[in-house]
Every structure is written in structure tokens, then in C-alpha cells.
Design a protein around this ligand. Sequence first.
Ligand code: PLP
Length: 388
Amino acid sequence: MRDLNQLTDQFTESVIRNMTRVCLEAGGINLSQGFPDWDTPPEIIEAAVRALRSGVNQYAITWGQPELRRAIAERVAAYNGFTCDPETQITVCCGATEGMIATLKAIINPGDEVIIFEPFYENYGPDTLLSGAIPRYVTLNAPEWDFDPDQLAAAFNNRTKAIIINTPNNPTGKVFVREELQFVADLCQKWGCYLVTDEIYEYILYDGAEHVSPASLAGMAEHAITINSLSKTYSATGWRVGWIIAPPKATAAIRKVHDFLTVGAPAPLQAAGVTALTMPESYYAGLSGRYRQARRFLHGVLQELDMRPTLPRGAYYIITENPALMAAHGCDDDFAWALKLVELTGVASVPGSSFYADPAKGRHQVRWCFCKKMETLEAAAQGLRRLA
Ligand SMILES: Cc1ncc(COP(=O)(O)O)c(C=O)c1O
């Protein structure tokens, strides 16, 4: 037999989904994979049921139902501070996951480079490789998760096609501030490249943090490609409905890739997406209030156990790093530590090295998610306290 695609040798299966399997086998509490253990709001579910019963069961228009694209454009104008034309700039796709790969496939030529901040959301490396680009990594440094401006500027060159930003950020909880984004935006304008931004946690913010969409910055209309989805904001990770907002020329290419990748996102769930995107403002306040309480609780427990957690300013993850504690339990690396934690406490986290190109950088880190009911977090706390 001839060889398989060699690109697939360059990355592994998802470590996060593997930890979920380990957790299931151990009958543990899963604080590894970032999905809520509560249901999608009932009015959104009812809208999906209505759509299913009223015959919205065939292919939607490939790039998305017009009502949903209009609702996305209105929501973006109200919250994100930029405008876009739903006819020429929005592509509805199967989650932010498809949004990222469809975007990269549409803009990359072989040999192009894509800049990725690490620690990163684990899809960005494989997405970059599969689209034929070469990833270049720039590190966000704990505990503030800031970057060295000189190092970032030096990563740009004539081959740079795009930089990927995720704000609020998974796994660090960093919320990029306006000045940082302006710095990146200036570099994108200088080098004529795209700023691909994953804003899937845009409503989950703490301590007065402000979400800034790079597309809202001056001069970025031709450069910013904004990716989002229903998954996190509406607690509907299984629905697989996302969208890409891009300049018209890029959108035309993205729509072609999207068509041949998936044809379209689920039609009845797109119809229900209109209900989601027109939820009252109080919905968003309720969502962030719920996460605020969960963050305070889990951060407190991890601190009490001397895990050395960093405090996230957005999203719903916490990174901990205490090599001495790991060593006290006979663990020298993050994989051993994450497995030991499942064994000793029944709680699953994610080994930190899976968020870095150079595993050594995350060797003493693990990531915890707190998108869980208080009762789940309290049960996790009980298990974790067995470490004390
Ligand atoms: C930063 C980030 N982007 C994208 C995704 C996946 O999004 P979707 O469910 O819309 O495909 C996740 C899921 O955890 C994520 O953390």
C-alpha cells in the first residue's frame, strides 16, 4: 500500500478527548473537556423542535439561512462594534471548528506561514498543517500570559499569511486588551496578512474585562476574519453551528471550501440559532454571572490545595503549575500528573504540554475547566481534597 498523508504524522489525536475517555473509564468527574453539564436554554430548544416539525429538514443555503446571517450581523453590530454585509461577508458552517479549517484552507498557499500564540487551543496546529502552512509559535508567558512585542514582530515576514488570535483565550483565560490587539493589527497591516480571530468565549468575561473584536479596529476591515459559534454562548456544543465573518473576497473563497467540506450546517438548528442570537441582554448577564461563581469556587479550591492556579479574565479554564506538588506525588511530567490526579481524586484535567508546540513548556501545567454546575464542582472539590 502507498503511504498515508504525511501531515497526519505531525500531530496526535486530541489529548482532551482522550482525557474524557480516561475519565469515563474511571467513573470520574470530567473537568477536562470544555462543555457545560447543563442544558441549552429551553426557548432555543423549542425553536429547534418547531423547525424540525415545520419541515426545515433539507439542506439550507450552503453559506447559511438568510435569517440567521441577518441575526449574526445585527448581533455583531450591537456587541462587537463593527458592521458586515450578511449577503457577502458571512458564512454559516459546522461550528467554529469548521470555521477555522475552512478559513485556513481558503487563504493558505503551500509554504505560507501562520503565527499561533501558545499555549493554544489544540486545533490550531493541525488546522495550520492540514491547510499546507507552516506554523510559527509565539509564547504567552504566565502568570499574565503576555507576549514579548519584539518576539512577535520578529515572527512576521514575507511568507506570513495569517496570525490566529483567540480572545478570550483557551486555555489561559487571557483577554487580549485593546493595545495588544492594536499592536497585532498594525503588524497585519504592515505585512498585508490576515488576523483570524476565534471569539467563541466573547461573552464570558470577569472583573470588568472588555471584549475587543479585532475587526472593530481602524483599518482592519480587509484583514480581520472573525470566527464564532453557538457552542459556548448558548451552551449548545453538540449543535455544530458556527460562522465566519470575512471580507467579501475571502468570503467567496471560504464559501467554496465550506461547500465541499460539509455543504452546510444543520438546517433546523440554524433556524433555532435565530432565537439564540435574539435572546435578551439579560441572558448574557446571567451567563457570565453563572461562570463568575464557578470560577471563584474552582480557583479557591485549587489555591487551597496549593496547585498555583492563574486567575482567568475570560473563558472557563484555569491553568495550574506547581512542580513541587507534582514531585511530591512522584510525577515528573504533566501526563503522569493528570493520570495520577484521576487515580487519586477521580477528577480529570488536561496535560498542559498538549497546548504547546514544545511540550517542555507545559510539562508542569494542567488545565481545568469550570463550565459545570456548582454541584459538579463541589463533588470535584471533595475528590480533589483527598490530595491534601
Ligand atoms: C477556542 C475554541 N475554539 C473553538 C472551539 C470549538 O468550537 P465549536 O464547538 O464551535 O466547533 C473550542 C471548543 O472548546 C474552543 O475552545
